[in-house]
Design a protein around this ligand. Structure first.
Ligand code: AMX
Length: 435
């Protein structure tokens, strides 16, 4: 069977032609008007990016190359005896648009395991971080340091032909993804445990190896959770902070390592990926303040207390989505199957029935429904991964599998340096007054 690189290589010329023809025939067409509100409003809704892996519908949620999350759960290969899709399969799908065979996914697991070792200096770098440095900062630092190994940077320095950029970008992406379990695991073991890191088992899949390094390899349900978790957090089209950052930094021909570490820094913000840590803290604080098994009225009061103190309800709202996030639903289904009686899950479920009403009454957020981060922490804490500060690292491992396929396509399609136009407010005043 064809390897991932062979499959991709075979697709590139056709896609290049397709884009060339599209630009030639329609390049001059006006797509939409842009308002000043959008300019001052975080560029919401401005259609200005190409992102091949996924498209987000505000009502339906994410589709990966046309497949919904339940489609992926049904169609992507599983581990032997497993029920959840393997993130290796989603990476293949994002990159090629094709559902891989079981053998192709097994081969990809083996290839990542074979590339997993970290350079010694990166291990030492992580080991020398103070345990008080946030895990996301350590994560981004280690990924930046992998630049030392970048095939793309080396090839560029040697004067590689533009047409060949995608090759070393692919190799770097595979390398950096392969090394993430060792980076993420080492950070976890150093900060919260004994600093000992289990070796990669080359016969096992990516999620097993990550779980095992963290210390949860024996727990089959945790490994299954990791497979689901790493699959659903990969990609959420191009405009979100982490995806857009990877693309933007990559457009300067920075390597996959530098592009990914920049994306991780964006993911580490509380309005983006850090929300999963904030959610668990908020739920725990709620439990400690009001207890479990409380009335809906008590939860409602607690939600108002959060809002009235000028804070957001973490895990609720979204820049694009206007319905409950299907990534939330996938995790809820997992909880209903594996931990239906867990008091924290029950609390999260109860909040789910109450918060949308309260947020609607509050009247600010455009989307009163839960996003992906409203659920993940509760699942992780159930299995004993209770260190909320760490949660965004797992999100980051998954997000690498989403943003790097696009970076490879950016190179294959020769996407240019990204450079939108900006003005100062004086200019904007002049521009809009003339309209
Ligand atoms: N609680 C309280 N107020 C909220 C809110 C929430 N969960 N979500 C949005 N609002 C408020 C905003 O702060 C804003 O208030 P302002 O007018 O006073 O500034 C107003 O509602 C309008 O915001 P919006 O257009 O609905 O959202 P946005 O596109 O600007 O931001 C998001 C989206 C996710 C940052 C926001 O909903 C939020 O802060 N949510 C809580 C944090 C969170 O869960 N983040 C994770 C998102 C998913 C992810 O990226 N991982």
């Amino acid at each position: 069977t064809a390897t991932l690189k062979e499959t991709l290589a075979a697709m590139i010329p056709e896609q290049q032609e397709r884009v060339k023809a599209l630009k030639k025939e329609h390049g001059h067409k006006v797509i939409q008007e842009v308002t000043l509100d959008q300019v001052y409003g975080g560029m919401r809704g401005i259609k200005s990016m190409v992102w091949e892996g996924s498209v987000l519908d505000s009502e339906e949620g994410i589709r990966f190359r046309g497949l919904t999350i339940p489609d992926c759960q049904a169609q992507l290969p599983k581990a032997p005896g497993g029920e959840e899709p393997l993130p290796e399969g989603l990476f293949w799908l994002l990159l090629t648009g094709q559902v891989p065979s079981e053998q192709q996914v097994r081969d990809l697991s083996a290839e990542w395991a074979a590339r997993a070792d970290l350079p010694k200096f990166v291990e030492e770098l992580i080991d020398r971080c103070p345990t008080t440095l946030h895990p996301m900062a350590q994560f981004s630092l280690a990924v930046t340091a992998l630049e030392h190994e970048s095939a793309f940077a080396k090839a560029y320095a040697k004067g590689i032909n533009k047409k060949e950029y995608w090759g070393p970008t692919f190799e770097d992406s595979m390398d950096v993804i392969a090394k993430l379990p060792n980076i993420a695991g080492r950070i976890y073991r150093n900060i919260y445990k004994d600093g000992k890191v289990a070796p990669i088992d080359k016969s096992q899949d990516y999620s097993y190896n990550l779980s095992n390094i963290l210390g949860f390899g024996e727990n089959k349900d945790f490994v299954e959770l990791m497979r689901l978790y790493l699959t659903i957090h990969t990609d959420h089209e191009g405009g979100n902070v982490s995806a857009h950052t990877a693309h933007l930094v990559g457009s300067a021909l920075s390597s996959p390592m530098l592009s990914l570490s920049a994306a991780l820094n964006g993911l580490a913000g509380p309005l983006h990926g850090l929300a999963n840590q904030e959610v668990l803290r908020w739920i725990e604080q709620m439990r400690d303040t009001i207890g479990t098994g409380v009335s809906d009225e008590t939860i409602k009061d607690y939600l108002w207390k959060t809002l009235n103190s000028g804070r957001v309800v973490p895990g609720y709202g979204h820049a694009v989505l206007r319905k409950t996030d299907p990534r939330y639903m996938a995790q809820r289904e997992f909880a209903l199957k594996h931990l239906p009686e867990d008091p924290m899950f029950k609390l999260v479920s109860q909040v789910y029935t109450i918060a949308p009403g309260v947020l609607t009454e509050h009247g600010k957020t455009k989307n009163p429904y839960p996003n992906v981060d409203a659920h993940s922490g509760v699942l992780l804490q159930y299995y004993g991964l209770k260190e909320a500060n760490y949660y965004t690292v797992l999100f980051g491992v998954s997000r690498a599998l989403g943003v790097l396929p696009q970076l490879i396509w950016d190179r294959a399609l020769g996407m240019p340096l990204e450079r939108p136009k900006s003005f100062d407010t004086t200019h904007w005043e002049k521009i809009v007054k003339k309209l």
